[in-house]
Design a protein around this ligand. Structure first.
Ligand code: C5P
Length: 242
């Protein structure tokens, strides 16, 4: 049985502020994408990493990864393919590039460069133990409110709260999410015909009515989204090297 990791890295990273595509921003001198690839390749089970580059950026990403080769015994193979307009489209293009002998697939955001290998291995183990879809997740620190959908004429008015889901039953979901390969292919085929809308891959599997299970996530698997996240990520890296 072979495991591959697909890393969607085609996002612009608008919320991070102006500059290069998010995955190419550096953390302590090394591009975020390189950290993310290493995090997947750190698992002995991962034999192939498919990086989904910005639509016009595949050659640049290929060069970048060639300049930061994986080290160690029997390193994972790395493929680079061009991505699409949305994260979902980028993942679908990554899945299309997988060879036939892959039966377990991880999908991992380039924007989560610091996920520890133990979390990656826990996700893979749960898939190999029979779960069609696995998400690493953490309880929430914040209470979450649901608000009314905004209509055009409500612009300027304060948002109205319509509910407070029980916090103890909520989870903040991270990546890598792990899948039985056929289940994930099916989920993405379905969405290609039914339109977009899910913000993660497990959400597509839920729409198929298949079970999705949770394994413990990790604080260091946080998503680098806003400028403050860059500060946190560089501090975590510095602490690891100390
Ligand atoms: O924007 P967000 O933080 O949700 O992006 C999550 C991941 O999806 C990032 O790694 C980003 O590069 C990727 N993405 C992509 N293709 C897009 C949009 C986002 O690969 N069109």
């Amino acid at each position: 049985s072979r495991t591959a990791a697909v890393i969607p890295a085609a996002g612009r990273g608008v919320r991070l502020g102006p500059g290069a595509p998010k995955a190419l921003r550096t953390l302590n001198g090394t591009p975020m994408l390189v950290h993310a690839v290493r995090a997947m390749a750190a698992s002995r089970a991962v034999g192939l990493v498919v990086v989904v580059a910005p639509p016009d950026g595949a050659p640049e990403v290929r060069n970048l990864l060639d300049a930061h080769p994986l080290t160690g015994h029997d390193p994972a193979e790395i493929l680079v393919v061009p991505g699409g307009e949305t994260r979902q489209e980028s993942v679908r293009l990554g899945l299309k590039a997988l060879p036939g002998d892959i039966d377990t697939v991880l999908v991992h955001d380039a924007a989560r460069p610091l996920v520890p290998v133990d979390t990656v291995d826990a996700v893979i183990s749960a898939v190999r133990d029979g779960a069609p879809a696995v998400v690493p997740a953490l309880p929430l620190a914040d209470t979450v409110k649901q608000v009314e959908p905004r209509t055009g004429d409500a612009a300027g008015e304060p948002e109205r709260v319509v509910g407070t889901p029980e916090r103890a039953l909520l989870r903040a979901v991270q990546t890598p999410q792990g899948f039985d390969r056929r289940t994930l292919d099916e989920a993405h085929e379905q969405v290609a015909t039914e339109g977009e809308g899910a913000t993660d891959d497990a959400g597509l599997v839920e729409r198929l009515g298949r079970p999705v299970v949770v394994v413990p996530g990790h604080e260091e698997a946080f998503k680098v989204t806003r400028p403050l996240d860059l500060v946190l990520a560089e501090t975590v890296l510095a602490r690891r090297r100390a």
